[in-house]
Design a binder for this molecule. Structure first.
Ligand code: ARG
Length: 429
């Protein structure tokens, strides 16, 4: 009886020991970053001469008194300012404009799909380790996200909306052409609460992380208005309620005052663009805790370049109506204490230039530290990813960047990111 039991036990323990010895070394790599100046995303002051210890993809220790573990690889950033990886809450990473008519008639979503990786890499190298993608044709954003997550290509962590949901004739529709012209894209058009709920579900079915609502008219499309509301309150409420049922937040493209108020009342998580804010809109957003994601760099680029790209004068004229007003709205919102998250609409201007917006945010009312927080801890909160990204604290993913100078003294340092780490892997040095 005893012998019978002993033999299998011996065999088992042999294999156990053998297995242990031959296991590939799965010890996670340990890295120590020496940070001359550290902005951790939480504190309002800069911490001098801190160490950040990274084990595998996570931060395991941080602070001035932290000891470097034996055998750790040391990355020396003692002359730099080290910060959390930046987050852009409003991008269209799958493309950027080349020519108005070429883009419509000669490029399909397949063209987007084969070139999107270029923009993903540029964005990451600019220091943006996480971005929200608020609308892409035919779920190209989701395929891109999945390829990045698999490690097939290099890019930021993506939170994707799939198809941006809009009304017939609205900003998300293709307007101004013959009624006989049809494209065979996946339709992003939904009217009435039933169609809206169905399109929310379809987006989620194909992998959307967030829902994008086209709440008002816009600039870079051929509808007449730039800010008229394009959904009824009831339709917006249905979209938010349906998304919430699946655990998703809604981001609203909204320029005009009435549409901003409706979307805020419907419970969207962010008002994106937010060009025409009146006092009541600001009050409502504060009351509801709605984030403002204002792309206040865009105007410079559109007015300088878009006529050359063949955009109709009507569209350029719409931009002239929103540009300055949007910046003044941003300034008033900042002063009133509306929650601000960084979002640029990258893809309207070249990907990788995302950092140019920091200087505008400072010019229009934020301190450099507030602007940096908008792109780190606040953005992470809007994305419901505070447990993962947005600060250099224990337990977070090691998404870490550095600039040479002091961005609190010269905010344009944010345009010159020198070091990029995502999940403990260095992408730029
Ligand atoms: N995608 C936006 C739209 O077409 C871009 C607006 C850009 N202009 C601005 N001032 N932010 O409406």
């Amino acid at each position: 009886m005893r012998m019978k039991l002993l033999l299998p036990l011996l065999v088992l323990s042999f294999f156990h020991a053998y297995g242990q010895e031959n296991k590939p070394t799965t010890q996670p790599k340990i890295i120590a970053i020496k940070a001359g100046r550290l902005i951790d995303g939480i504190s309002n002051t800069v911490i001098s001469n801190a160490f950040i210890i990274i084990e595998g993809e996570k931060i395991v220790a941080v602070g001035p008194d932290v000891k470097v573990p034996a055998g750790a690889e040391v990355i020396d950033l003692k002359n730099a300012t080290v910060m959390p990886g930046l987050i852009d809450c409003h991008t269209h990473i799958t493309g950027q404009p080349n020519n108005f008519y070429d883009d419509i008639f000669r490029r399909s979503p397949i063209d987007d799909a084969v070139t999107a990786h270029i923009y993903a890499k540029r964005t990451l190298e600019a220091g943006f380790t996480t971005v929200r993608v608020l609308g892409a044709r035919d779920y190209v954003d989701i395929a891109l996200r999945n390829a990045i997550n698999r490690g097939d290509i290099v890019g930021p962590r993506l939170i994707c909306a799939g198809l941006a949901i809009g009304a017939t004739g609205g900003h998300g529709d293709l307007n101004g052409f013959s009624p006989y012209l049809n494209f065979n894209n996946f339709s992003n058009i939904a009217n009435g609460t039933d169609e809206i709920r169905k399109l929310v579900r379809t987006n989620i079915k194909y992998g959307a992380d967030v829902i994008k609502m086209i709440a008002t008219a816009g600039v870079l499309s051929e509808e007449e208005s730039v800010g008229a509301p394009q959904y009824m309150l009831e339709e917006m409420k249905a979209m938010v309620e349906e998304a919430a049922m699946w655990g998703k937040k809604v981001a609203a493209h909204a320029h005009g005052t009435e549409g901003i108020k409706r979307a805020t009342m419907a419970g969207v998580a962010s008002i994106d663009h937010g060009s025409f804010l009146d006092d009541e809109a600001i009050r409502l957003m504060k009351e509801k805790g709605t984030y403002l994601v204002a792309d206040i760099y865009n105007d410079d680029y559109i007015l300088a370049e878009f006529a050359k790209l063949g955009y109709p004068e009507k569209i350029i004229e719409k931009e002239r109506k929103v540009g300055r007003t949007q910046r003044e709205s941003f300034q008033r919102a900042v002063k009133a204490g509306v929650k601000i998250a960084f979002g640029t609409d990258a893809g309207v201007y070249p990907h990788g230039w995302n950092g140019k917006q920091f200087a505008h945010m400072v010019r229009w009312g934020q301190t450099p530290m507030e602007a940096i927080k908008a792109a780190t801890v606040n953005a992470a909160d809007l994305l419901s990813w505070s447990d993962r990204v947005g600060s250099i604290t224990v337990g977070k993913l090691a998404d870490i960047i550095a600039v040479d100078g002091d961005p609190l003294k010269d905010i344009t340092e944010m345009e010159k990111v020198k070091f990029v780490m995502k999940g403990g892997v260095v992408y730029k040095k």
